[in-house]
Design a protein around this ligand. Structure first.
Ligand SMILES: [Zn+2]
Length: 130
């Protein structure tokens, strides 16, 4: 249902965008403003659905990768798009478990949550084979 509305909004936005470009030079100023407002509303309506589709396609999870040289966090798509990756709580949570690194932990782990002590809960995804 919501996806259908998003698709309809996106189609309207695309149609309006074509109309806008094709008719730009001929239209009175007030009509241009009205069409721009319609396009803006259509894109705003579609935005959460487009965002959800991006997360569904690319995944929206945090991972931590342990190597013998150290560890790194792979931030989620949402985190990367937010502009607040430098304040990411998952990074702090991962740092608390990274102190306990052992060679058997080498590989990629999904961060499934943060426990009551602020530590990352991890689920192994890929082991690194030496
Ligand atoms: Zn993050």
């Amino acid at each position: 249902m919501a996806g259908d509305e998003a698709l309809a909004a996106a189609v309207r936005a695309g149609t309006d965008a074509q109309w806008f470009v094709a008719g730009h030079a001929r239209q009175p100023e007030t009509r241009l403003r009205e069409r721009t407002a319609i396009m803006t509303e259509a894109l705003k309506a579609a935005e959460p659905h487009i965002r959800a589709a991006i997360y569904a396609e690319l995944g929206n999870e945090h991972h931590v990768i342990f190597t013998e040289d150290g560890w790194t966090v792979e931030h989620s798509v949402e985190c990367r798009l937010s502009g607040h990756m430098h304040e990411c709580g998952y990074f702090t949570a991962a740092s608390l478990v990274a102190d306990e690194y052992r060679p058997v932990m080498a590989g990629r782990w999904k961060i499934t949550g943060v426990d009551s002590q602020g530590r990352a809960a991890l689920e192994r995804e890929e082991a690194t084979h030496a």
